[in-house]
Design a protein around this ligand. Structure first.
Ligand SMILES: [Zn+2]
Length: 216
């Protein structure tokens, strides 16, 4: 049998196996109710295999729905050993009505988690001193905040999560149940669905040469 006829199926098999094998659940803590979505989002980030992350529900997070942060106890470890916590708010900012994480469609949650994992990717590159300065700037500078949010979405799109990110943004911006105040904050500080589309298209153009190479 020709070697090349063997290689192709093996290659396809390996590629299709990558998502589940690229996830290390030994260093992840995931609540049962959101496990499916977290695993799907993690499958796009094989680089986070060795990174310890806890996903943790919280009753209310000030001004946001999810929040990625380094675990305080690991802060003085080398950046390779830094651990992270992704806080997930049980309630979503609303006007009057009760609206919780369980009311959100699965794909939207995956996009949301994908965005937070984008933050983790960004934090991983930073030194401890860098993280400290970063934290202060993030709190006090809206311009810096916007840059950081753009970086998280850029990581997510580059990892193939563009469609999920779009779904999450559209869900927020087109949702009649969410308060205008919350939506305006999202419009002001986060990149728009149109900008996400631009990132997706830019990524496609960059990926094309590779696809052409693989086809011949
Ligand atoms: Zn964010």
């Amino acid at each position: 049998m020709l070697l090349t006829s063997l290689i192709k199926p093996i290659l396809y098999f390996t590629l299709s196996m990558t998502p589940t094998q690229s996830i290390n659940l030994d260093n992840k803590i995931i609540p049962e109710s959101i496990k499916k979505e977290v695993i799907e989002a993690l499958s796009f980030y094989p680089e986070l295999y060795d990174t310890a992350i806890e996903f943790k529900f919280k009753d209310n997070i000030k001004k946001s729905t999810m929040q990625a942060q380094p675990r305080f106890a690991s802060f003085f470890k080398a950046k390779e050993n830094r651990e992270y916590v992704i806080l997930i708010s049980r309630k979503i900012q609303i006007e009057g009505e009760e609206f919780t994480m369980s009311d959100i469609p699965s794909d939207v949650k995956i996009g949301w988690i994908g965005h937070e994992l984008g933050h983790v990717m960004d934090y991983r590159e930073r030194t401890n001193m860098g993280m400290l300065i970063f934290g202060l700037k993030y709190l006090f500078s809206p311009v810096h905040f916007k840059e950081v949010e753009r970086a998280a979405d850029t990581y997510a799109v580059a990892h193939g999560m563009g469609d999920y990110i779009l779904k999450t943004k559209n869900f927020i911006l087109e949702n009649a149940h969410l308060s205008e105040k919350y939506k305006n904050r999202i419009r002001r500080l986060y990149i728009s669905p149109e900008e996400v589309m631009e990132l997706i298209n830019k990524n496609k153009v960059e990926e094309e040469p590779e696809i052409l190479e693989m086809n011949d």
